[in-house]
Design a protein around this ligand. Structure first.
Ligand SMILES: [Zn+2]
Length: 289
């Protein structure tokens, strides 16, 4: 099978699955020919169907994921009502559908720097607790993307509302709930990063504790504005009551720092100050002569 054939097979399977799910609930469903757009003719609700076969990622989060991509007109305001995002397993079995309000897709796409006018999001196939790498992911467990989209999972009932104003009410409600979840996620994560930063942890240590890349932590640091704000740097070196934090001093060379992480780095560096003086000392002695 060629790539195009595989894509078409994936997309047609998704449409068939969504149609089946609607039919069995008595929701009339019309596919617009040569597209994956759907109209529910009774109330003219407009639906976009996206289908993704599970992708197997490597790296920090090695859970399988569905990836749903939106382009151009689909990202315009009020382009449609809901996206039905269908996830398929490796053998093209439909496993799950997510009913996502278009407003959420529109707003999210707007926040990303988007020259190509496309936007995608990924939903993992399981949560961290059922994943073998759960130990690595303790920090994110409460704010997992998988958990977030649970509120959209198989919610075909949202399409089975004949009253237009009720339909819109529930659509807006779901949009708000998704946003609230995002805000909570941002809040919890910022707080954790700030706490660890104030404890004197390095970006590498923070990334390890959170189970994400250093790049991610750096992006968050920028977002929280840790670097530019003197407040966080003061907190890094001072206790909450304003008194300076305890100084750690190296017995071998006299190196002083308030950050335990720096002392740890100092002790772990390749040339130990015990067997060989570091360059700082060598230079100082040279100047005296
Ligand atoms: Zn030393």
């Amino acid at each position: 099978m060629s790539y195009t054939e595989k894509t078409q097979r994936t997309e047609r399977t998704g449409v068939a699955w969504a149609k089946y799910q609607c039919e069995k609930r008595g929701i009339v469903f019309e596919v617009i020919p040569y597209t994956y757009d759907v109209i529910l003719p009774k109330n003219k609700y407009s639906i976009e169907i996206k289908t993704s076969k599970v992708q197997h990622d490597v790296g920090y989060d090695s859970r399988g994921k569905y990836c749903f991509r939106f382009k151009d007109k689909q990202l315009e305001k009020n382009a449609f009502d809901y996206a039905i995002c269908v996830g398929l397993d490796d053998d093209y079995n439909a496993v799950v559908s997510y009913i996502v309000p278009q407003q959420y897709i529109y707003e999210q796409a707007k926040t990303t720097n988007n020259k190509n006018k496309d936007w995608s999001f990924k939903i993992p196939v399981c949560n961290y607790t059922t994943h073998s790498l759960k130990a690595k992911w303790t920090a994110f467990r409460t704010v997992d993307v998988y958990q977030k989209f649970e509120m959209c999972k198989n919610k075909y009932d949202l399409l089975d509302i004949d009253n237009k104003s009720s339909f819109t009410y529930y659509k807006n409600k779901l949009y708000k709930q998704l946003n609230e979840y995002d805000n909570l996620q941002d809040e919890l994560l910022s707080k954790r990063i700030v706490d660890m930063y104030n404890d004197g942890k390095t970006l590498k240590q923070i990334s390890k504790a959170l189970g994400c890349s250093v790049k991610t932590v750096r992006r968050w640091r920028k977002k929280i504005n840790i670097r530019k704000s003197g407040y966080y740097n003061k907190r890094r070196h001072h206790n909450e009551d304003g008194t300076p934090k305890k100084i750690h001093k190296c017995k071998d060379c006299g190196y002083e720092t308030r950050l335990p992480s720096r002392m740890k780095d100092h002790k772990n560096r390749k040339t130990s100050c015990k067997t060989r003086p570091n360059t700082w000392n060598v230079k100082k002695e040279g100047e005296k002569q």
